[in-house]
Structure formats: C-alpha cells, structure tokens
Design a protein around this ligand. Sequence first.
Ligand SMILES: [Cu+2]
Length: 169
Amino acid sequence: MKRVFSFAAVLFLLAACGNETPAPTNHDNHKAQESTPAPSTPAVTSGNAIVLNGGDDMKFDQTAITVIANEVVKLTLNHTGKMSKEAMGHNFVLLKPGTDINKFATEAIAAKDNDYVPTNAAAVLAHTKVLSGGESDSIEFTITEKGEYPFICSFPGHSAIMQGVITVK
Ligand SMILES: [Cu+2]
C-alpha cells in the first residue's frame, strides 16, 4: 500500500509540474512583451549628450564624436582612473577647426592655474576643468557651424594621444 501511495504522489507532482507551472510562465512572458513599448524615434534629435571617459591609461574612450549644429551639446567628462590631477590630470578642450594642436598644447603648459587653458586663446570654444581620478565635470556648449572640431586633453604631454574630433553636422 505504501508503495502505491508514493507512486501516486510522484504522479501527482509530475502532473502538477507538467501542466500548471509552464502555463502561468508563458502567460507572464506574453504580457511582458505586450506591455513593452515599441522602439520609438532615436534620441538623436534632442540628444547631443556626450559622455567621455579618460583613465589612468591616458586615453579617451572616444575619438570620433558627432553632434548636431545649433543644438546644445551636454558633455560630461569622467576621469575613470585613480591618479591625482597632478600626476594624471585630464580635461577636455574643444578647439576651432584647423587649430595647430601641438602649438596650442605647448602654450597650454604655462596655464596650469587655469586648467591648462590659456586665458587669451582664441582657439578655445569650450573646456572642462582638470580632473583627478574619480572626478567628473559637465559643460554645455552650442556649435553653430558645421565642420570638424579637434578636441584634446591639454594636460602636459597628453594631447599627442588624448585627442579626437567632434564632427558637427
Ligand atoms: Cu589627460
């Protein structure tokens, strides 16, 4: 009698698993799919939001960025490393098209007290402050003319590697 009973119990459990468990799961999945909104228009028209990272490896994680002319660009620079800004500081400096980067970077060395941005530099369109590891800075700017705008980190010795281009369309 005992043995028959346990077979029945096993059969009951199997039946419970086989019939009841999958049904609600399928139902839930179906509902989840239905309630997920369809992909809409990409955020590019209201976007111009840039997150740029630089770490202790002395590199920007992006070197080619595209934004839209006449729309506010919000750029956040994150120093993702751990080193101090005295040893491995990073900033973001946006320059006018055609700027001589080597010449500018050489002049910038003397501007340590102004985040390595010469105060009289006509080539500078926007810049962040110099960051230590773990710090962030956000700036906003608008570019009205389409073109290719070089950007660099003007910390001494960094611009040869830490540079890129923002294409304004
Ligand atoms: Cu740097």
